[in-house]
Design a protein around this ligand. Structure first.
Ligand SMILES: Cc1ncc(COP(=O)(O)O)c(C=O)c1O
Length: 361
């Protein structure tokens, strides 16, 4: 017997979502995704196994590309990375945000050009940096002033690397405190009130070309408002940098965090609404603050692949406890850490059961 767990679903303000892929159907008691019987997948590849509907991933990638432009979308590879997926993204003209030489290799091997890749990381290792510099990635996101020194030290003499500053706008957004990464007391990025120190450290290195700013608010954000707050703060930073240093920065990367439904009727972020209202806020903020309009960018992770996939697991045992029955499956916490880390849930179903009635037709 198999246990099917939707890997998740995307995107009006707090629109209710459905966690199963659009193509999920029940045929003769078995769930099919994109016409493929999951029991067959389990029999052929073993379990646990992740199954992605290529067409849905491609459709989601195209939607992002149409909303934010080919140069404005970087899929966050940390969510899920394999060559097939990177190849689909390359063909759909979407870039990738990578954090390691391994993720970069996967992207390049799949034909995704380095000019569409952005390197992140608050602890960039020497081999990771070397691989990114050798490949010629489009952007390196600097996490702190010290990171500026580190990256500059790794660049060959005479070269120039476009970089973004990862800033912390001091906004609390995200489904759980453990996934809120724009509050002031957490480890990622540099608080906006230290932007002068950050800019000056970058300007001290001729090899670093400062082209923009970045922030990532957190994960599972289902309202557009926190992004609009972030745009206001970041537009203020851009105006400040222009006034104080005479530098006009052309890029504002707003990170990822686009919330999806992991269970029926859970809210999800409306990505089209995000794109339109972000641009409007940027126009208003920048008109008021002075600098020309920067290009907005995004780094969607789970919203690009989660709703398009399922995880298939085998039920190993059923155990009755005092008040509950536990379904023991062939996958551990490492493959599904969210429930234990922050009380998140999924919408499991056995292969003989229909996907929940709220799932898409
Ligand atoms: C810098 C950065 N960008 C994008 C993402 C993707 O987040 P999500 O999958 O919530 O869209 C993450 C996730 O941790 C991240 O750290």
């Amino acid at each position: 017997m198999n246990l099917l767990v939707p890997a998740a679903a995307a995107a009006a303000p707090r629109r209710a979502g459905a966690p199963w892929p659009r193509s999920a159907r029940v045929v003769a008691g078995d769930v099919r995704v994109a016409g493929v019987a999951l029991a067959e997948v389990a029999a052929r590849f073993g379990t646990p196994v992740h199954v992605l509907d290529e067409e849905e991933v491609r459709t989601r990638a195209r939607t992002y590309r149409d909303l934010f432009g080919a140069d404005g979308v970087f899929y966050a590879a940390k969510v899920f990375s394999c060559r097939a997926l990177a190849g689909w993204l390359a063909e759909e003209g979407v870039g990738m945000d990578v954090c390691s030489a391994g993720e970069l290799r996967t992207a390049l091997d799949a034909g995704l050009p380095a000019r569409r890749v952005l390197l992140h990381g608050l602890a960039k290792s020497a081999p990771d940096l070397q691989a990114a510099i050798t490949a010629g990635v489009a952007r390196i996101v600097l996490d702190s002033p010290d990171d500026a020194d580190l990256v500059a030290g790794a660049l060959p003499a005479g070269s120039r690397q476009p970089v973004l500053l990862r800033l912390v706008p001091g906004i609390s957004a995200g489904a759980h405190p453990k996934v809120r990464t724009a509050t002031l007391d957490q480890q990622f990025g540099t608080p906006v009130d230290r932007v002068d120190e950050f800019v000056e450290r970058v300007l001290a290195h001729r090899s670093l070309e400062l082209v923009g700013v970045h922030c990532h608010l957190g994960s599972q954000i289902t309202d557009v408002e926190p992004y609009l707050d972030a745009v206001q703060v970041m537009a203020g930073v851009l105006a400040h940098v222009r006034n104080r240093y005479g530098l006009v920065l052309g890029e504002l990367d707003l990170g990822g965090g686009h919330g999806i439904a992991h269970r029926p009727r859970e809210p999800e972020l409306d990505v089209a609404d995000l794109a339109h209202r972000t641009r409007r806020e940027l126009r208003d903020g920048c008109d008021a603050a002075g600098p020309p309009l920067p290009r907005p960018g995004v780094e969607p992770g789970r919203a690009l692949v989660g709703p398009a996939g399922v995880v298939v697991r085998r039920i190993a045992a059923l155990k009755r406890a005092a008040h509950r029955t536990f379904v023991v499956v062939d996958g551990g916490m490492s493959g599904s850490p969210r429930p234990a880390l922050h009380g998140a849930g999924y919408a499991p179903a056995s292969s003989a059961a229909r996907p929940p009635s709220s799932s898409r037709p």
